[in-house]
Design a protein around this ligand. Structure first.
Ligand SMILES: [Zn+2]
Ligand SMILES: [Zn+2]
Length: 486
């Protein structure tokens, strides 16, 4: 169980430590699934398992830490202190209330206007286009019952979350059914966190939002419900947080009948385990927490993890000009075509450059012709603490159209984003490519899209210079302290 007193390290997300307990399919020992990872490693048999299936249906609960007697004593004390008259206090009932939990890295590009004062006493609206990004770990109630807790705050990160199992609950416990389907809840959650990611001073008119590596889970949180009444007046209830022990809600009227029905069962999670083994040579694959591309330590092939399983990655390694200390950073390369409203498919590199540098939205013309390099968008696939820097790098590399000399050594290391996750970033990268040309940017924002015809992963060599990493061909610079988790 995680140590509640342990403080997160700088840059470490509390969510990195959350585990959902279950059992190792190989040896039956307790197994923790990290909520941000698709891999679970068994501490006993040392086998690694890939957790397949939709995350949305991962249903968990927090165990009560308070006894029913303590809950009753707390409720009675509360009644006394708030001078509520009552003639009858019932025994506490354990009720599990569902909360949704959304963990995601959210990017939001906002187009709008902002009020500025060019001269004293004069206000003017000026266009504003900017990108915001943040990691979220947000909880909100899945039912409209007022429990007095609008969210679980850091509780899921400091307490052990267990896979929901009605049989493991104390006798007589009941639970409430979430009022929305998971897909609707995901939309609701994204709207909630999008609302938290905004500029105070701008009026958004259009936006692109990209949730990355998002996971939605359901957490049942335990409350003790203590019903009380005065003579033949209506029934009222007090809710006691069965983890922290505080009274969170009191004096609510409620139905006198039986406690809420527990007939509803959460859909079976659909999670299942696949061995994390190389499909070609069966060696256990290397994969870091949160990463989505793993590597075989034996045949060096890279595999990306998706909902259904492992997929082979096409890779290319650039030659680090005789520099053994070079740092290899991964980028996904998407070849495809761009469509802008009112224009045909634009699929060559020259058109993209004209758009980006001259702001010319070209007329309908021929697609890729012989000898013209195809349009390729490069998306960084590694952790970087500065999202702006990642997009700048994407724009610089995409526009450079750089052909790096290939190395004949195999790639090493795992990487953060799968092609599917990186593909979600293409729109943001294109918006960044088009920054110097507001007309083209606005045109793309108002309904443009990029269709990808395929993806490959390239590893680009960055050379160490003091505390910086430099890519010599494009002159791109990354500070050492930018690399790493947010
Ligand atoms: Zn095991
Ligand atoms: Zn292999």
């Amino acid at each position: 169980m995680p140590d509640p007193a342990r403080k997160p390290l700088p840059g470490e997300l509390p969510s990195n430590r959350l585990t959902v307990s279950t059992r190792c399919p190989e040896c039956g020992a307790p197994l923790g699934i990290d909520a941000g990872s698709r891999v679970a490693s068994c501490a006993f048999c040392h086998r690694a398992h890939y957790v397949a299936g939709p995350r949305e249906f991962l249903t968990t609960f927090l165990e009560p830490r308070l006894s029913a007697q303590d809950a009753l004593a707390g409720a009675k004390r509360h009644l006394r202190e708030s001078q509520v008259r009552c003639t009858e206090v019932e025994l506490p009932r354990l009720v599990l209330v569902p909360y949704w939990r959304l963990q995601t890295r959210l990017y939001r590009w906002i187009f709008g206007t902002r009020l500025v004062a060019p001269h004293p006493g004069q206000m003017e609206e000026t266009p504003r286009s900017s990108m915001l990004a943040r990691d979220f770990d947000h909880t909100w109630p899945a039912v409209s019952l007022d429990t007095g807790l609008s969210g679980l705050s850091t509780r899921p990160s400091v307490l052990e979350v267990k896979a929901f199992d009605p049989q493991a609950l104390p006798a007589g416990a009941t639970w409430l059914r979430p009022e929305r389907e998971a897909s609707k809840a995901l939309e609701q959650g994204l709207d909630l966190v999008t609302g938290l990611l905004h500029h105070d001073d701008s009026r958004p008119e259009a936006e692109r939002r990209v949730p990355l590596q998002h996971s939605l889970t359901l957490i049942f949180f335990p409350f003790f419900e203590v019903r009380h009444r005065f003579r033949d007046e209506g029934c009222r209830r007090i809710l006691v947080d069965a983890v922290g022990g505080e009274v969170t809600s009191s004096d609510e009227t409620c139905e006198a009948e039986s406690p809420p029905g527990a007939a509803w069962l959460p859909p079976s999670s659909g999670l299942h385990f696949l061995p994390l083994a190389c499909p070609d040579c069966t060696f256990t694959l290397d994969l870091e927490v949160r990463h989505e591309v793993c590597r075989c330590p034996n045949c060096h092939r890279a595999w990306e993890v998706g909902e259904s399983g492992l997929g082979r990655v096409t890779e290319q390694v650039s030659r680090a000009a005789k520099d053994p200390s070079a740092r290899m950073l991964p980028f996904w390369v998407f070849q495809g075509s761009l469509s802008l409203p009112g224009h045909g498919e634009l699929s060559d590199m020259g058109t993209l450059k004209r758009l980006a540098y001259e702001g010319q939205v070209p007329g309908p013309g021929p697609g890729t012709s012989e000898g013209v390099p195809p349009m390729e968008i490069l998306v960084p696939a590694f952790e970087c603490r500065q999202p702006d820097k990642l997009l700048e790098l994407a724009a610089r590399f995409s526009l450079a159209g750089q052909e790096w000399p290939r190395a004949d050594t195999p790639a090493s290391g795992t990487c953060l984003l799968s092609s599917e996750s990186a593909a979600r970033m293409i729109d943001l990268c294109l918006l960044r490519v088009l920054t110097v040309s507001p007309a083209a940017q606005a045109s793309f924002a108002s309904g443009g899209c990029f269709s990808s015809r395929g993806a490959r992963l390239i590893w680009v060599a960055f050379r160490a210079e003091g505390r910086e990493w430099i890519e010599p061909e494009t002159g791109a610079v990354l500070q050492e302290n930018m690399l790493g988790a947010w």
